[in-house]
Design a protein around this ligand. Structure first.
Ligand SMILES: N[C@@H](Cc1c[nH]c[nH+]1)C(=O)O
Length: 326
């Protein structure tokens, strides 16, 4: 038994952040940017009913939650997302459907596949912008991300944007093959996509589009080319909306399109955002528009938000430092 004093569970591996001064420095810069943009910081509870996450059909699986049965006999989970609890919070605290701006810093807990050396604790800092619909809301978030990039202490950061509306329509078009398509896109599997197209009987236009998706990231010329080849109205609208948003941005630097982007969260309905550093395989920023979530709390308003994955940012900073030492 003696050795157990010195061991930590696999879930905790990697969760120890030693570079706390850097973490606080970035956190404080982000806090100032959020405050300047009128986001109110909230401290959310660590525990929520499991039902909150599961009954909304947002893709949170029970198996991924750390949970226990409380004194009422109800299943309670450690917070595994900020967005859903904040949607609940808005619905019970905002009677006039006003625009709300929340920001937060804290951990979410999600069970990761064990034996991969991945921690199950993720430090996030993020914002939720509720009831600022359409391009105005999307722009506000992208502008804030642009404002934050120089404060992340990372040299090469790219902000990829995609569309959940586009993705969802593709899933409808491939019908019962949606799951297979999702896996292929997640892996950016070029040969998998070739087989997928060969094994199915889709029309030529869809086949051509699907074959391009695993490598469909690039600048505005990529988007324009895709728009030219599409006649499906929903797909077209989704891409035109991305283009309109892009054209409305004052600062377009670091922004590229990813037409094969798969929603990281099932609740995304429109714009999706993923920020990457060349020193990190995992996204350092992720977010998106989720216009169908608040209606599930009887609030007929749309919303958008994003978060910084602080663990990944710190790891990328370490890697950057190591590479500079070489
Ligand atoms: N909650 C999302 C990020 C996000 C905030 N708002 C919208 N999306 C996540 O954990 O990845």
């Amino acid at each position: 038994m003696e050795e157990f004093k010195y061991l930590i569970p696999e879930e905790s591996i990697d969760a120890i952040v030693t570079n706390v001064s850097k973490l606080r420095e970035i956190e404080n810069s982000l806090r100032m940017i959020f405050a300047k943009n009128n986001y109110n910081e909230v401290l959310m509870p660590s525990f929520e009913y499991v039902d909150l996450y599961t009954q909304l059909d947002c893709g949170f699986e029970q198996e991924k939650m750390f949970q226990y049965i409380n004194h009422e006999g109800k299943n309670v989970a450690m917070r595994c997302d900020f967005t859903i609890p904040l949607a609940r919070f808005y619905s019970t605290n905002n009677y006039d459907n006003e625009v709300a701006r929340y920001c937060y810093f804290g951990k979410v807990y999600r069970k990761e596949i064990m034996h991969k050396g991945r921690s199950s604790e993720f430090f996030q800092g993020g914002v939720e912008l509720i009831n600022k619909p359409g391009i105005d809301g999307d722009k506000e978030c992208l502008n804030m991300i642009q404002e934050s990039l120089p404060h992340l202490c990372l040299k090469n950061v790219l902000v990829e944007i995609g569309s959940a509306r586009f993705f969802n329509r593709l899933c409808t078009l491939v019908d019962d093959k949606a799951e297979e398509l999702t896996e292929i896109l997640k892996l950016r599997d070029i040969s998998g996509m070739k087989k997928f197209v060969a094994n199915n009987d889709f029309n030529d236009e869809l086949n051509n589009l699907l074959l391009k998706l695993p490598t469909a990231f690039g600048d505005i010329t990529l988007l324009d080319a895709a728009i030219k080849g599409i006649s499906d109205e929903v797909l077209l609208k989704a891409l035109e909306r991305l283009k309109e948003l892009y054209n409305s941005l004052d600062n377009k630097e670091s922004i590229i399109f990813d037409l094969g982007m798969v929603p990281a969260m099932k609740y995304y309905t429109g714009l999706m955002i993923k920020g990457y550093s060349d020193k990190s395989a995992q996204p350092i920023i992720s977010g998106g528009r989720y216009d169908d979530l608040l209606p599930r709390f009887n609030k007929n308003v749309g919303a958008i938000g994003f978060c910084y994955h602080m663990n990944h940012i710190l790891k990328a900073i370490d890697k950057q430092g190591e590479d500079n030492d070489d």
